[in-house]
Design a protein around this ligand. Structure first.
Ligand code: HPA
Length: 279
């Protein structure tokens, strides 16, 4: 269903009526990573189901609420859980929250997700900072910017060379070094899901130059960049993608959530550091 102007107006009104802090930094927390929002102080919590037009996640491991408050003294709005294309939402519906964040005043958007490691050097529990992406869904049409362009947000044709902000990446490297958390930097490929990849698909995605694979984030990045936000994104590696049909292993959502337990403290340390650098 197309997003209507009325949906934006109603959602904004409901959020503005409840907040006293004006957030400028947005955070999106992916599968198993919602625990990061626990560190937010002076918090106001708004359940997604109370916001008209807001897509609800049906996935286990996603909380489904907005948390607005302060992290390292910075005014933040945190999406604790997100909706996905594979749940049946259109790319426009999936990214409705990003436009709302922009309208609420967010200038810097930090996204996180759970991802499979394609790069043979990546291990479960590692963090990868995005330096680029491959939009496997979007390149063939599943793109939230398809349709009439809303000029209030941004241009029809969007350049994508400087998608992942250089200064923010520098801040992430500095924060990771200070927290003594190893940080890879690489390319994320977004597939539709909900199934995990076949071994042949894993080998293909690796050959294309992707380091991590997942089912989210890239739609949100497009809409954020279209609206002029600075963007940074992290994958938490929750499993090593299986590249052989002779493997005894199989990918599962349980291992994704289990790895979240290792990843949350690492991501929390890096993100706190980034927020300190941004201050
Ligand atoms: N593939 C796609 N999405 C994922 C994976 C994966 O291996 N792990 C976590 N999300």
């Amino acid at each position: 269903m197309a997003v209507q102007q009325m949906d934006y107006d109603q959602a904004i009104a409901i959020i503005r009526n409840q907040i006293t802090i004006q957030p400028t930094i947005g955070l999106v927390l992916g599968s198993g990573l919602g625990g990061l929002a626990d560190a937010v102080s002076e918090r106001v919590v708004i359940p997604y189901e109370t916001i008209p037009g807001w897509p609800k996640s049906t996935v286990h491991g996603h909380h489904g609420q907005l948390v607005i408050g302060r992290l390292e003294g910075q005014p933040v709005i945190v999406q604790q859980g997100r909706a996905h294309f594979y749940e049946g939402y259109t790319p426009q519906e999936v990214t409705f929250p990003i436009r709302i964040m922009r309208m609420v005043g967010v200038q810097t958007l930090i996204l996180t997700n759970a991802a499979g490691g394609l790069n043979p050097a990546y291990r479960v529990g590692d963090l990868m900072l995005f330096n680029d992406h491959i939009n496997w869904i979007g390149m063939s049409g599943g793109n939230p910017l398809v349709g009439p362009n809303d000029e209030r947000f941004g241009p029809r044709f969007l350049g994508m060379t400087h998608t992942y902000d250089r200064d923010l990446r520098r801040a992430a490297r500095q924060a990771a070094a200070e927290a003594e958390v190893p940080l890879h930097e690489g390319v994320y490929v977004c597939i539709s899901g909900p199934n995990f990849e076949t071994p042949a698909e894993v080998r293909m995605l690796r050959a294309l130059g992707a380091d991590a694979v997942g089912m989210s984030t890239v739609h949100e990045v497009l809409v954020a960049r279209h609206a002029g936000m600075q963007v940074m994104a992290f994958s938490g590696i929750t499993n090593e993608a299986i590249d052989s049909v002779d493997s005894d292993l199989e990918a599962s959502h349980e291992e994704v959530l289990d790895a979240g337990k290792i990843l949350v403290p690492r991501l929390t340390a890096v993100l706190r550091g980034v927020l300190r650098v941004l201050a």
